[in-house]
Design a protein around this ligand. Structure first.
Ligand code: IPE
Ligand code: IPE
Ligand code: MG
Ligand code: MG
Ligand code: MG
Length: 289
């Protein structure tokens, strides 16, 4: 798993480096690269490739789409760390983008990463039909905006220091984190024109994203800043609404296990072809950062 993961992360970063190099140099490029390239796990690209394996989708197309997703993810992290949001000074073992370059620069670098994602998908030399490109751009916009990442982040901040029921917390986490994972799980179906499994993979993506966020919350609860590369033990202090704050640590572990079983049940139907995705899900659970 680790070897495959490293290759995908490297290929995604290489694509992004080459892409940025082909553009006119600007002063914003430095903070954009800072927040985008080093240190990230590129797990969303890995999921794209894993699902792509089930449906026999071309690898380099998936790397290009993964690069676009990673731009949106990086933008969301840069903004997530801002003082008006989670106010975090450490990200991926380094100063957060706003600590390094200042707040206004971090906001604009984030905006630029968000928009460049759509630019990457709309490229003329990207070997997919215009119809598919439009579908991807539309879906990625939906997953990133008010009914996806941005909407989920809004609820996450709005829920601080309040008693929020389970259903609402799950909904918020699916929006802020799950939607991008759903996108990654659906893309291979869009490209291979497989409508039959669309709903199933959409839902499974939400569940994988939810699982990912639950583990992120567990890492915040138990992990050491030194290992994680971001400040831990913060969610409780800020009063974040998480499954841990609602159900407690032990019940959150149980919830996580059930969720994993549920995802694996869906994947069992796809036999050996789903083994890479299963490995990634195991990794999501046991990771320490
Ligand atoms: C962190 O995401 C934010 C969440 C959605 C929980 P990752 O853990 O994927 O961050 P990087 O890209 O590896 O730093
Ligand atoms: C962030 O969740 C999810 C995003 C959409 C960026 P967190 O706020 O828990 O992410 P970290 O812990 O700061 O990486
Ligand atoms: Mg946050
Ligand atoms: Mg945060
Ligand atoms: Mg967190």
């Amino acid at each position: 798993m680790k070897k495959k993961q490293n290759k995908i992360a490297k290929d995604t970063n290489n694509f992004l480096k080459k892409y940025l190099k082909s553009q006119k140099k600007t002063d914003l490029m430095v903070p954009m690269k800072y927040g985008l390239l080093p240190g990230g796990k590129k797990i969303r690209s890995k999921i794209l490739v894993d699902v792509g394996k089930i449906f026999n989708v071309n690898y380099s197309n998936l790397i290009q789409i993964g690069a676009a997703v990673e731009c949106i993810h990086a933008y969301s992290l840069i903004h997530d760390d801002l003082p008006c949001m989670d106010n975090d000074n450490l990200r991926r073992g380094k100063l957060s983008t706003h600590k390094k370059f200042g707040e206004s620069t971090a906001i604009l670098a984030g905006n630029s990463l968000l928009t460049i994602a759509f630019e990457i998908l709309g490229q003329k030399n990207f070997k997919l039909s215009d119809e598919i490109k439009i579908k991807l751009i539309t879906l990625l916009s939906e997953c990133s905006g008010h009914s996806g990442v941005a909407g989920g982040q809004f609820s996450d901040l709005n829920f601080e220091k309040k008693n929020i029921p389970l259903k609402k917390i799950v909904e918020m986490q699916i929006k802020k984190t799950g939607k991008l994972f759903s996108f990654c799980c659906i893309v291979p179906l869009i490209i291979s024109k497989n409508i039959k499994h669309y709903k199933k993979f959409n839902e499974m993506g939400s569940k994988i994203g939810l699982l990912f966020q639950i583990v992120d919350d567990l890492i915040d609860y138990k992990g050491k800043t030194k290992n994680v590369g971001k400040k831990t033990n913060k969610d409780k202090k800020i009063g974040k609404a998480t499954l841990i704050s609602l159900l407690g640590y032990k019940n959150t572990i149980k919830y996580k296990e059930k969720l994993k079983q549920n995802i694996f049940k869906t994947l069992d139907k796809f036999g050996d072809k789903a083994s890479d995705l299963k490995d990634t899900i195991e990794y999501i659970i046991i990771r320490i950062k």
